[in-house]
Write a protein that binds this ligand. Structure first.
Ligand code: ZN
Length: 232
Protein backbone atom coordinates (compact mmCIF):
# COMPACT_ATOMS: atom_id res chain seq x y z
CA UNK A 1 0.00 0.00 0.00
CA UNK A 2 1.37 3.39 -0.95
CA UNK A 3 1.78 6.09 1.65
CA UNK A 4 -0.99 8.17 0.06
CA UNK A 5 -3.41 5.28 0.44
CA UNK A 6 -2.46 4.90 4.10
CA UNK A 7 -3.09 8.59 4.74
CA UNK A 8 -6.43 8.33 2.96
CA UNK A 9 -7.40 5.23 4.97
CA UNK A 10 -6.53 7.14 8.14
CA UNK A 11 -8.72 10.06 7.17
CA UNK A 12 -11.62 7.74 6.45
CA UNK A 13 -11.10 6.04 9.81
CA UNK A 14 -11.40 9.40 11.55
CA UNK A 15 -14.53 10.19 9.57
CA UNK A 16 -16.19 6.95 10.57
CA UNK A 17 -15.41 7.23 14.25
CA UNK A 18 -16.52 10.86 14.25
CA UNK A 19 -19.74 9.97 12.45
CA UNK A 20 -20.61 7.71 15.37
CA UNK A 21 -19.57 10.25 18.02
CA UNK A 22 -21.28 13.33 16.63
CA UNK A 23 -24.90 12.46 17.15
CA UNK A 24 -27.33 14.71 15.31
CA UNK A 25 -24.73 16.09 12.90
CA UNK A 26 -24.22 12.96 10.86
CA UNK A 27 -27.17 10.75 11.65
CA UNK A 28 -25.63 7.59 10.29
CA UNK A 29 -23.85 5.26 12.65
CA UNK A 30 -23.51 2.74 9.86
CA UNK A 31 -20.71 4.36 7.90
CA UNK A 32 -22.73 5.75 4.99
CA UNK A 33 -22.06 9.45 4.52
CA UNK A 34 -24.92 11.82 3.63
CA UNK A 35 -23.13 15.11 4.18
CA UNK A 36 -19.98 16.48 5.75
CA UNK A 37 -20.20 18.64 8.86
CA UNK A 38 -18.11 21.71 8.09
CA UNK A 39 -18.21 25.47 8.54
CA UNK A 40 -16.59 25.95 5.13
CA UNK A 41 -18.88 26.88 2.26
CA UNK A 42 -18.17 23.81 0.16
CA UNK A 43 -20.69 21.64 -1.65
CA UNK A 44 -20.38 18.50 -3.77
CA UNK A 45 -22.57 18.03 -6.84
CA UNK A 46 -23.04 14.37 -7.72
CA UNK A 47 -24.52 12.88 -10.89
CA UNK A 48 -25.95 9.34 -10.91
CA UNK A 49 -26.96 6.65 -13.41
CA UNK A 50 -24.94 7.63 -16.48
CA UNK A 51 -23.13 7.88 -18.67
CA UNK A 52 -25.87 8.65 -21.20
CA UNK A 53 -24.88 9.45 -24.78
CA UNK A 54 -27.09 12.58 -24.92
CA UNK A 55 -27.25 14.02 -21.41
CA UNK A 56 -23.72 13.39 -20.17
CA UNK A 57 -21.95 15.29 -22.99
CA UNK A 58 -24.35 18.21 -22.35
CA UNK A 59 -23.41 18.17 -18.67
CA UNK A 60 -19.70 17.91 -19.44
CA UNK A 61 -19.93 20.96 -21.75
CA UNK A 62 -21.60 23.02 -19.00
CA UNK A 63 -19.07 21.88 -16.41
CA UNK A 64 -16.16 22.74 -18.70
CA UNK A 65 -17.59 26.20 -19.40
CA UNK A 66 -18.03 26.82 -15.67
CA UNK A 67 -14.76 25.11 -14.73
CA UNK A 68 -16.53 23.04 -12.06
CA UNK A 69 -15.69 19.48 -11.02
CA UNK A 70 -18.34 16.97 -9.94
CA UNK A 71 -18.53 13.32 -8.94
CA UNK A 72 -20.19 10.94 -11.40
CA UNK A 73 -21.61 7.79 -9.81
CA UNK A 74 -21.72 5.77 -13.00
CA UNK A 75 -23.68 2.59 -13.55
CA UNK A 76 -21.39 -0.25 -14.58
CA UNK A 77 -23.55 -1.31 -17.53
CA UNK A 78 -23.65 2.25 -18.86
CA UNK A 79 -19.90 2.64 -18.36
CA UNK A 80 -19.42 -0.57 -20.37
CA UNK A 81 -21.64 0.84 -23.16
CA UNK A 82 -19.93 4.27 -23.21
CA UNK A 83 -16.35 3.94 -22.00
CA UNK A 84 -15.38 6.95 -24.12
CA UNK A 85 -17.69 9.17 -22.07
CA UNK A 86 -16.25 7.83 -18.81
CA UNK A 87 -12.78 8.57 -20.18
CA UNK A 88 -13.90 12.12 -21.01
CA UNK A 89 -15.18 12.59 -17.45
CA UNK A 90 -11.74 11.60 -16.18
CA UNK A 91 -9.93 13.74 -18.76
CA UNK A 92 -12.01 16.76 -17.71
CA UNK A 93 -10.93 16.33 -14.08
CA UNK A 94 -14.14 14.90 -12.64
CA UNK A 95 -14.31 12.12 -10.09
CA UNK A 96 -15.73 8.81 -11.35
CA UNK A 97 -17.32 6.60 -8.69
CA UNK A 98 -19.38 3.40 -8.64
CA UNK A 99 -23.17 3.12 -8.61
CA UNK A 100 -23.01 -0.70 -8.99
CA UNK A 101 -23.73 -2.46 -12.27
CA UNK A 102 -27.41 -2.68 -13.17
CA UNK A 103 -29.20 -0.44 -10.67
CA UNK A 104 -30.56 -3.37 -8.71
CA UNK A 105 -31.53 -2.67 -5.11
CA UNK A 106 -28.63 -4.40 -3.41
CA UNK A 107 -30.54 -4.94 -0.17
CA UNK A 108 -33.05 -7.12 -2.05
CA UNK A 109 -30.65 -9.58 -3.71
CA UNK A 110 -28.34 -12.30 -2.39
CA UNK A 111 -24.91 -11.48 -1.01
CA UNK A 112 -23.30 -13.20 -4.00
CA UNK A 113 -25.34 -11.12 -6.44
CA UNK A 114 -24.58 -7.96 -4.48
CA UNK A 115 -20.84 -8.66 -4.65
CA UNK A 116 -21.13 -9.39 -8.36
CA UNK A 117 -22.82 -6.00 -8.87
CA UNK A 118 -19.92 -4.27 -7.11
CA UNK A 119 -17.17 -6.18 -8.88
CA UNK A 120 -18.68 -6.05 -12.38
CA UNK A 121 -19.15 -2.29 -12.04
CA UNK A 122 -15.57 -1.84 -10.90
CA UNK A 123 -14.27 -3.82 -13.87
CA UNK A 124 -16.36 -1.79 -16.33
CA UNK A 125 -15.31 1.53 -14.78
CA UNK A 126 -11.63 0.60 -14.68
CA UNK A 127 -11.65 0.03 -18.45
CA UNK A 128 -11.77 3.84 -18.71
CA UNK A 129 -11.01 5.33 -15.29
CA UNK A 130 -8.86 4.82 -12.19
CA UNK A 131 -10.04 2.44 -9.46
CA UNK A 132 -13.08 4.16 -7.91
CA UNK A 133 -12.98 4.75 -4.14
CA UNK A 134 -16.55 5.97 -3.63
CA UNK A 135 -19.71 3.92 -3.94
CA UNK A 136 -23.39 4.88 -3.92
CA UNK A 137 -25.92 2.07 -3.67
CA UNK A 138 -28.74 2.26 -6.27
CA UNK A 139 -31.84 3.89 -4.80
CA UNK A 140 -29.85 4.60 -1.64
CA UNK A 141 -30.84 1.08 -0.53
CA UNK A 142 -28.13 -0.28 1.74
CA UNK A 143 -27.42 -2.18 4.92
CA UNK A 144 -24.39 -2.98 7.06
CA UNK A 145 -23.40 -5.97 4.89
CA UNK A 146 -23.40 -3.85 1.71
CA UNK A 147 -21.33 -1.09 3.33
CA UNK A 148 -18.91 -3.71 4.69
CA UNK A 149 -18.44 -5.42 1.31
CA UNK A 150 -17.90 -2.04 -0.32
CA UNK A 151 -15.36 -1.10 2.37
CA UNK A 152 -13.50 -4.39 1.85
CA UNK A 153 -13.05 -3.32 -1.79
CA UNK A 154 -11.73 0.12 -0.85
CA UNK A 155 -15.00 2.06 -1.15
CA UNK A 156 -16.53 4.66 1.11
CA UNK A 157 -20.33 4.55 0.84
CA UNK A 158 -21.80 7.94 -0.06
CA UNK A 159 -25.47 8.96 0.02
CA UNK A 160 -26.77 12.53 -0.30
CA UNK A 161 -28.38 15.34 1.71
CA UNK A 162 -30.07 17.38 -1.06
CA UNK A 163 -32.43 15.56 -3.45
CA UNK A 164 -34.22 17.89 -5.89
CA UNK A 165 -35.75 14.98 -7.89
CA UNK A 166 -34.38 16.09 -11.27
CA UNK A 167 -35.25 12.67 -12.75
CA UNK A 168 -38.95 13.58 -12.37
CA UNK A 169 -38.26 16.36 -14.90
CA UNK A 170 -39.29 19.46 -12.98
CA UNK A 171 -38.87 22.84 -14.70
CA UNK A 172 -35.36 24.27 -14.80
CA UNK A 173 -36.35 27.06 -12.41
CA UNK A 174 -37.94 24.76 -9.84
CA UNK A 175 -34.92 22.44 -10.00
CA UNK A 176 -32.58 25.39 -9.38
CA UNK A 177 -34.75 26.72 -6.52
CA UNK A 178 -35.03 23.30 -4.91
CA UNK A 179 -31.25 22.94 -4.74
CA UNK A 180 -30.67 26.53 -3.58
CA UNK A 181 -33.36 26.29 -0.87
CA UNK A 182 -31.76 23.20 0.69
CA UNK A 183 -28.03 23.54 0.18
CA UNK A 184 -25.81 24.10 3.24
CA UNK A 185 -22.05 23.93 3.89
CA UNK A 186 -21.03 20.29 3.40
CA UNK A 187 -24.10 19.29 1.37
CA UNK A 188 -24.00 16.46 -1.14
CA UNK A 189 -26.45 17.21 -3.97
CA UNK A 190 -28.03 14.35 -5.94
CA UNK A 191 -28.49 14.89 -9.70
CA UNK A 192 -28.88 12.44 -12.59
CA UNK A 193 -27.74 11.83 -16.17
CA UNK A 194 -29.24 8.43 -16.90
CA UNK A 195 -32.21 9.43 -19.10
CA UNK A 196 -33.11 11.94 -21.81
CA UNK A 197 -34.33 14.60 -21.71
CA UNK A 198 -33.61 16.07 -18.28
CA UNK A 199 -33.65 19.69 -17.08
CA UNK A 200 -30.34 19.01 -15.34
CA UNK A 201 -27.80 20.29 -17.92
CA UNK A 202 -29.58 23.65 -18.27
CA UNK A 203 -30.15 23.95 -14.52
CA UNK A 204 -26.61 22.95 -13.63
CA UNK A 205 -24.98 26.08 -15.06
CA UNK A 206 -27.43 28.27 -13.12
CA UNK A 207 -26.93 26.25 -9.93
CA UNK A 208 -23.15 26.62 -10.19
CA UNK A 209 -23.44 30.39 -10.74
CA UNK A 210 -25.89 30.82 -7.85
CA UNK A 211 -23.76 28.73 -5.47
CA UNK A 212 -20.67 30.76 -6.31
CA UNK A 213 -22.60 34.02 -5.87
CA UNK A 214 -23.34 32.82 -2.33
CA UNK A 215 -19.66 32.12 -1.71
CA UNK A 216 -19.72 28.35 -2.18
CA UNK A 217 -16.88 26.36 -3.70
CA UNK A 218 -17.89 23.33 -5.74
CA UNK A 219 -15.75 20.29 -4.97
CA UNK A 220 -15.74 16.57 -5.67
CA UNK A 221 -16.96 14.22 -2.94
CA UNK A 222 -13.41 13.06 -2.16
CA UNK A 223 -12.41 16.71 -1.73
CA UNK A 224 -15.49 17.36 0.41
CA UNK A 225 -14.52 14.54 2.80
CA UNK A 226 -11.34 16.46 3.63
CA UNK A 227 -13.45 19.29 5.12
CA UNK A 228 -14.87 17.06 7.86
CA UNK A 229 -14.97 18.95 11.17
CA UNK A 230 -16.07 17.51 14.48
CA UNK A 231 -18.60 19.78 16.19
CA UNK A 232 -19.35 19.61 19.88
ZN1 ZN B 1 -29.32 5.68 -9.35
Amino acid sequence: MKQGSLVFAGVIGIIFSAAVMVDGVVRDNDKAIRKVPTTHKVVALTVDDGPHNMVTPQLLAVLKEKNAKVTFFVLGEHAAAHPEIVAQEVADGHEVASHAYRHRFLSKISKEEMIEELDKAEKAIMAAAPKPVLFRPPGGAYNDAIVAEAELRGYTTILWSVDPGDWRRPSVSSLVENVMNHVKPGSIVLLHDGQYPLPTPEALGIIIDRLREQGYSIVTVSELLQYYEVRN
